[in-house]
Design a protein around this ligand. Structure first.
Ligand code: KG4
Ligand code: ZN
Length: 386
């Protein structure tokens, strides 16, 4: 009888007893950041290196999966070297290795997962696979500065609003690693909506920070509709995005009509009178763009905050936390703090967007709970949070 290939290739590494305050090396390559980090005792940040591919993808207006995978392969070694340089004894100080195995782009995930498994196998240390969304949540308990006091322990049950470029989830956590998804988006993720609306307004990629910056230029704007989806904690953002698109198209048509007015001394329809093309989004008036960005952001923030506050109250959550790239939005943070009836927490801005420190932090709690995956773990591009 033949032996399955996996059994031939996958080594038997006994789970060692890890020393007190052990250090985890983590890799994160689920999308367009090649990241490595070292975290001690699950909370203290030792090193955090992120090689962003933003400049590569910006010219395409979004992430190109194949380009992302290739770039991860190129960046992994230098990023790892820079990370390891922070440890006095290098590899000898690494007690476990973790990597994101989903959700994300499959080719991109593969690069980090395979690298992490290879390192763990070669070093004879445990390998831990982590859910990217779980990582975003665990960014909230990382101490970014070893001289500062540790952030308070999580106060369960808590409500987590996980908002990124690919996900929008309202999650109830009753303990470490225990997730009950109360609601999620039915169409666009909230970060995706920010990115698409930014493109409509000619603000470039990534859209979230650009919209926030444009919105800050005005105090008020005409309200856009709110997508409440009554009696559910689900969300929908694509209608709002379409509302922005229609309004912008109206303005572009008006601009086009103005440009088409017959010039002095010429009559409309005269030979040589060419119909002007609609103006590019980049040619929209700055004040108008700022007002649309403001109105869009207000609409999104209003719905996110209202649902989070309501769910926290209904489920008796002791705190609300923000996680994911959109958690970097300062308007969302302040509005949630103003309306929430329990305490609110969010990671520092640089730990909101993709990084590997959050993966190391989540790995620590997984390992502690004995949830160590086997070596045949494969990438899961649509991995749910549970
Ligand atoms: O978590 P993340 O880095 O990657 C994913 O896991 O998707 O999130 C990226 C998303 C992008 O859509 C980006 O536009 C959004 O986070 N984002 C923001 C802000 N900073 C980043 N959205 C709103 N306001 C921000 N300040
Ligand atoms: Zn992310």
């Amino acid at each position: 009888m033949s032996t399955p290939v996996e059994q031939l290739l996958i080594p038997e590494v006994a789970t060692p007893h890890l020393p007190e305050g052990y250090t985890i090396l983590a890799l994160e390559t689920s999308c367009d950041e090649t990241a490595a980090a070292l975290v001690r005792d699950g909370r203290t940040l030792v090193a955090n290196v992120v090689a962003s591919q933003l400049d590569t993808h910006r010219r395409y207006g979004g992430v190109v999966p194949e380009v992302a995978s290739r770039q991860h392969i190129l960046s992994l070694t230098p990023v790892l070297e820079e990370t390891l340089a922070r440890l006095p004894h290098g590899w000898a100080d690494v007690h476990a290795v973790a990597a994101t195995y989903g959700p994300g782009l499959s080719g991109a995930l593969l690069t980090g997962l395979n690298a992490a498994k290879a390192i763990a196998w070669q070093r004879g240390v445990p390998f831990i696979g982590v859910n990217h969304l779980e990582g975003h949540i665990y960014a909230n308990w990382i101490n970014p500065d070893s001289d500062a006091a540790l952030p308070a322990e999580p106060c369960f049950p808590l409500l987590a609003l996980v908002i990124s470029g690919g996900h929008t989830l309202l999650v109830l956590m009753r303990g470490h690693g225990e997730y009950q998804v109360l609601g999620q988006t039915r169409d666009d993720a909230v970060g995706e909506a920010f990115d698409k609306v930014a493109r409509i307004l000619g603000l470039g990629y990534p859209g979230g920070p650009a919209i926030q910056q444009a919105a800050a230029k005005v105090q008020t704007s005409t309200a856009l509709p709110r997508s409440w989806l009554r009696d559910t904690y689900d969300f929908s953002f694509s209608g709002l995005k379409t509302a922005v698109l229609h309004k912008v198209q109206e303005v572009q048509k008006q601009q086009q009509r103005l440009d088409a007015r017959p010039r002095r001394g010429r009559r409309s329809g005269e030979v040589g009178d060419v119909e002007p093309a609609p103006p590019a989004p980049e040619q929209l008036p700055e004040q108008y763009v700022a007002q649309m960005a403001h109105a869009f952001q207000e609409s999104v923030v209003d719905v996110l905050v209202a649902k989070a506050v309501d769910a926290a109250h209904r489920y008796g959550a002791h705190e609300i936390l923000l996680a994911g790239g959109v958690a970097a939005n300062t308007r969302l943070r302040s509005e949630l703090e103003r309306r929430a009836r329990v305490s609110v927490r969010y990671p520092p801005i640089w730990l909101c967007t993709d990084n590997a420190a959050m993966i190391a932090a989540a790995a620590y709690y997984r390992f502690d709970a004995g949830r160590q995956p086997d070596w045949s773990l494969d990438v899961r591009p649509n991995l749910p949070l549970r």
